[in-house]
Design a protein around this ligand. Structure first.
Ligand code: PAF
Length: 279
């Protein structure tokens, strides 16, 4: 496994590697604190015999002023061990100074307001910050395929839309949500949860599944969502930011909710958890 820390050195290496490489280049961008969700994206790329690049970079521009940038879990040493064990080919661990100097072509794309829905309603800076870093990585590394997790479904759709509208050649793939046995979707932010909070957190998936059954049986979306939101609060969540049904394209959903998903963001104290399921 090769590790590169600078833009210059990774670009030089890729120039040489890509000449002889008969494989497609797969890219998995991460902010580190790797868990089985990340590792399952790597497994998907491995199964297709792709050359795998993983980046580890906690991107400041996608965090709002009062968010968890400073305390975001950083565990480079153990992350690198996991990546080596997963037979990743190349790891990129850039720093902010180097990345801020890197100028790329300014692409024209319409976000279609996707960045203001769901998570964007309380995290107004988030998606444009994600777009900035992902476009930097894509123009720098020129991957054939990039993998994103289903848990961050809005991010997956947002990036797919941007890439569709620009002349980038990267194909955007989604890897399914990996869960604890108790149903809790794996997330680096789960590290913030105290044991008693994990007991509360696992109710997100339980209530999502229950909502799916109710919605299929009874089409009264508004009253069901209101009641399910109340149940989350009763379980111990301090706040439910959204509990909403949208189509897979993140548009208004209506009965019979074909190709639609239930999306939720809820907080336990300062810990913010998101999840979604297909109806
Ligand atoms: O999903 C994440 O971990 C981040 O948003 C990403 C895609 C690595 C960009 O910083």
């Amino acid at each position: 496994m090769i590790i590169k820390k600078t833009i210059n050195s990774i670009q030089k290496l890729l120039e040489i590697e890509k000449v002889n490489l008969k494989k497609k280049v797969a890219f998995i961008p991460t902010m580190g604190a790797l868990h089985d969700g990340h590792l399952s994206l790597i497994k998907s790329a491995k199964a297709k015999k792709q050359f795998i690049i993983v980046s580890i970079y906690v991107n400041p521009s996608q965090f709002g002023p009062n968010e968890d940038f400073i305390k975001y879990p950083r565990s480079l040493k153990s992350d690198l061990k996991k990546l080596k064990k997963s037979n990743v080919d190349l790891v990129f661990t850039p720093n902010s100074k180097d990345l801020s100097r890197y100028k790329y072509k300014n692409y024209n794309f319409k976000t279609l307001g996707l960045e203001r829905k769901l998570c964007g309603s309380t995290r107004p800076y988030h998606f444009m910050g994600v777009a900035e870093i992902v476009l930097k990585f894509f123009t720098l590394l020129k991957p054939d395929i990039a993998y994103f997790g289903e848990k961050d479904y809005q991010q997956f759709i947002f990036i797919k839309k941007i890439v569709d509208q620009t002349n980038l050649k990267t194909k955007i793939m989604m890897g399914k949500t990996i869960r604890e046995k108790n149903g809790l979707a794996l997330s680096s932010r789960n590290k913030y949860l105290k044991p008693e909070e994990v007991i509360i957190a696992k109710n997100i998936f339980k209530i999502l599944k229950e909502t799916r059954i109710l919605i299929k049986k009874n089409k009264k979306q508004l009253s069901i969502l209101k009641e399910q939101k109340r149940k989350l609060i009763a379980c111990g969540f301090s706040n439910v930011e959204y509990f909403q049904i949208l189509t897979n394209d993140l548009k208004h959903a209506k009965s019979p909710y074909i190709k639609s998903r239930i999306f939720v963001a809820a907080r336990i104290g300062s810990v913010r958890l998101i999840d979604n399921i297909l109806i």
